[in-house]
Design a protein around this ligand. Structure first.
Ligand code: SAJ
Length: 430
């Protein structure tokens, strides 16, 4: 492990860092840089986010982030604002959603680039952290240099150079504050100088290895990592459907198979969610639709899993008029409030649409609000777990939140239980 230090960054001429986008990645990165003595200005289009950060608060759930943000703000190292300031380094961590045709929407990156351009004097480092299709860092550089023809990539013709790099984040939601420090980091520069400057900046807080490469390899590496996981989860999800049809307990099956020294099957679930694994593989498919066949199929397998779960939930109440269904959890994974691309949200939406006569009781221990996709349904109600279970004919466990361990198993007696996570295995249910 290497020792992090802000001295290297300062030696590389970086004292002030602007972090553009104070979301799930930008805010932790801003807080950890500030906590290590860098002067950090966070930038966000949302006034609510800016105000929250300036109060030292975090507008979403991520373990330990609050203490980092409040400490950095109290010490004056972290501030937030709507306008992009002048800075020695810029870290762009804005969303890259996909469009209807599954290609990436780069408009947030382009907007950030256009806001950075007028603030540059030459010599700055601009890092793209957002997960992006191959060549996006070069695209961002083009947008900036088109707006600033007095600057260049390499200092040619006496025009001052701006350094561009891609440094994908690879932290796991729920463990962000740990993994930011301990994970290895890939740093891809548009040129070697840019990679070296980015390494100096990440060394401020990163104790893992920092591996330098070119920007396109770094972009692709991030996409490949998440596609690898998606393909492996698809394998588990496909097994869960095949096992169900054969009357086999898939969790027992996987546990047994994993005793083989070279087999390590992941866990099936209600589908794959989050803004990373459910999205990034499409960027590879879009880059080479003809050849990325396995990656595309894995996406399709995972995307079809919610409908299998819906069928399982509705089967026992197909003859029941106006049934009540309890769905436990809406987040895309346990112990967080993030519902982006969540298969649980998709399942509840499908239930409410496919059985408009049913009442769908949703239990969300980490959030008091429903996602927009579920707003406006009169047959969806948010209630505590005990109330939902007491009223329901079918109880579907969609997210394995630790809080659901508090549920008294006796209250499940006589209910049809659909346990998408193997949280309450058949033997535990008695
Ligand atoms: N899931 C399963 N079965 C499993 C593992 C996960 O169904 O065995 C599901 C989860 O329930 C969830 C989804 O997959 O719905 C994704 O969860 P995750 O925990 O696998 O990953 P994310 O999306 O939280 O974070 C991933 C990580 N990438 C990899 O592990 C390769 C993280 O390191 C990345 O930084 C992150 O994507 C990102 O931002 O790209």
């Amino acid at each position: 492990m290497n020792t992090p230090t802000s001295e290297l960054a300062i030696a590389a001429g970086i004292e002030t860092v602007a972090v553009i986008g104070l979301g799930y990645i930008g805010l932790p990165t801003a807080a950890i840089l500030a906590g290590n003595g860098m002067k950090v200005i966070g930038v966000d289009v949302s006034p609510a986010t800016v105000d929250a950060v300036n109060r030292g608060e975090v507008p979403f759930v991520e373990p330990d982030l609050g203490i980092h943000v409040s400490g950095a703000v109290a010490q004056g190292f972290l501030t937030a604002q709507k306008e992009t300031p002048r800075a020695d380094a810029f870290i762009v961590a804005v969303p890259t959603p996909f469009l209807a045709d599954k290609s990436a929407d780069l408009s947030y990156i382009e907007d950030s680039a256009r806001a950075i351009a007028p603030q540059l004097l030459g010599g700055e480092l601009v890092i793209l952290e957002s997960t992006s299709p191959p060549q996006t860092t070069a695209h961002m550089a083009r947008v900036i240099l088109e707006a600033r023809p007095d600057l260049s990539l390499d200092g040619s013709d006496g025009r001052p150079a701006v350094l561009f790099a891609h440094c994908p984040e690879r932290v796991l939601p729920g463990r962000v504050m740990i993994e930011l420090v301990t994970n290895d980091r890939i740093v891809g520069g548009l040129n070697a100088g840019a990679a070296a400057a980015a390494t100096a900046l990440y060394r401020v807080f990163c104790q893992g290895e920092i591996l330098e490469t070119d920007a396109t390899t770094a972009e692709l590496s991030k996409l490949v990592e998440n596609s690898y996981r998606d393909v492996n989860i698809a394998f588990a999800n496909e097994l869960s459907v095949v096992s169900k049809n054969l009357g086999v307990d898939v969790w027992e099956l996987i546990k047994l198979a994993n005793h083989h020294p070279r087999v390590n099957i992941l866990q099936p679930g209600p589908g794959v969610g989050g803004h990373c694994i459910a999205v990034d593989p499409w960027f590879i498919v879009a880059a080479d639709p003809e050849n990325a066949r396995l990656i595309r199929t894995a996406r399709e397998v995972n995307d079809s899993k919610p409908q299998h779960v819906v069928a399982q939930i509705l089967e026992p109440v197909k003859e029941v008029a106006s049934p009540t269904i309890a769905t436990l959890g809406l987040a895309f994974k346990p112990n967080i409030d993030d519902m982006r691309e969540s298969p649980a949200v998709d399942i509840v939406h499908k239930l409410a649409t496919q059985r408009p006569d049913a009442t769908i009781l949703v239990v969300t221990p980490h959030s008091s609000v429903l996602p927009r996709m579920l707003e406006g349904f009169s047959n969806i109600k948010q209630v505590p777990a005990t109330e939902a279970i007491a009223a329901a004919e079918v109880v579907a466990l969609l997210v394995d939140h630790d809080k659901f361990r508090e549920i008294d198993m006796a209250t499940l007696a006589g209910k049809h239980v659909v346990d998408t996570r193997g949280f309450w295995r058949a033997d535990a249910l008695g």
